[in-house]
Design a protein around this ligand. Structure first.
Ligand code: CP
Length: 342
């Protein structure tokens, strides 16, 4: 695997899941594979989970790791070709990228949507330059439009929990055990939730793309105006009534995203209206009551009592921590596949 961007890059999903559960049984099984190989992780944006889990994955495989926070300690980078470089940006990406490639065997890049141009974001202008000029395999650690390491971890988590019938309370928060009867084919709902700031569409895009490829009944719910790009949402049913969408669900995946600009390109990257007017979309016990004792998922970080109430995220059926833990597993599988292709 030379690029990890889309679900199609990982190939057969059942095989990818089998690889994930093999790694989970013994995450150090392939320690020799990465010996004397270096992973370089480039962050244009903040991170907790991606930064830590991907480093851990590289260490699991015996690799060395270099982490660069582009905006803290490196030269500020110009990304536009043809610019007269008079600003505070001292180095151009077109030199920086091949130089970075000299020092490593694999490159992971995090570079969020900039919301300056829908075209630039959806054409993946930054990540594609890494693919073109680094000379190295490139994996996306959340780009302008996708977050495949997250979506793969989400799929692993759904696979682990879909058949569970008895759930112990979270030792941190207490409560009573939950008994549930799973649907034969799990119903998975991606629900928009409110947020005060404009957030990218990378997580919901990838989640939709991966769920469309998985063996689940997938439904998307959001207010009108937040339609996701068809290349990711495909033919998944979209339900504008959140309560209706939640009925009988086995998994609720909450996430905010700003306007994708599908129906009104001029609204791309905007929060539509005053987010206070959308607080009925906050995932609470009211919506969870109509589900099939659904598991609650979120990629984290999450704003409590805006995206989700304390009671839902602390419930025994909240699986946000195991979901985050699976980031190490998804990253280990992806780096292993990339090492095998060197
Ligand atoms: N879910 C996720 O990607 O978390 P970070 O932004 O902390 O890496």
């Amino acid at each position: 695997m030379k690029i990890f961007q889309h679900v199609s890059d990982i190939g057969n999903l059942q095989q990818a899941l089998a690889d994930a559960f093999e790694i989970k049984q013994n995450r150090y099984k392939y320690q020799e594979l990465g010996k004397n190989k270096t992973a370089m992780l480039i962050f244009f944006n903040n991170s907790l989970r991606t930064r830590l889990s991907t480093q851990k994955a590289a260490l699991n495989l015996g690799m060395n790791v270099i982490v660069l926070d582009v905006n803290q300690g490196a030269w500020k980078l110009e990304t536009e070709r043809g610019v007269i470089m008079e600003s505070d940006k001292s180095e151009h990406l077109l030199e920086a990228i091949p130089v970075m490639g000299c020092y490593c065997d694999l490159i992971g890049v995090r570079s969020f949507a900039r919301f300056e141009s829908r075209k630039d974001d959806y054409e993946e202008k930054i990540l594609n330059q890494f693919i073109q000029y680094s000379g190295r395999p490139v994996f996306f650690m959340e780009s302008a439009t996708v977050h495949p390491l997250q979506a793969f971890a989400d799929l692993i988590t759904i696979e682990e929990y879909k058949d569970k019938t008895f759930i112990q309370p979270n030792p941190l928060f207490g409560g009573n055990p939950v008994q549930r009867t799973p649907n034969r084919r799990p119903k998975v709902v991606l629900s928009w939730a409110p947020h005060p700031k404009a957030l990218p569409q990378a997580v919901p895009n990838s989640f939709a793309e991966w769920m469309n490829a998985a063996d689940v009944d997938f439904v998307v719910t959001h207010p009108e105006g937040y339609e996701l790009d068809p290349q990711f949402v495909g033919n998944a049913p979209v339900e504008y009534d959140q309560m209706k969408a939640f009925e009988g669900a086995d998994f609720i995946y909450a996430k905010n995203w700003s306007c994708p600009g599908v129906t009104r390109p001029e609204d791309y990257g905007k929060v539509l209206g005053d987010y206070h007017d959308y607080l009925s979309w906050t995932v609470s016990d009211r919506q969870m009551a109509v589900t099939n004792q659904a598991f609650f998922m979120h990629c984290l970080p999450v704003r409590r009592n805006i995206i989700v109430t304390d009671s839902v995220i602390e419930a025994p059926t909240s699986i946000v921590i195991p979901e985050a833990a699976n980031r190490e597993i998804s990253a280990t599988v992806v780096l292993k596949r990339m090492l095998e292709s060197l």
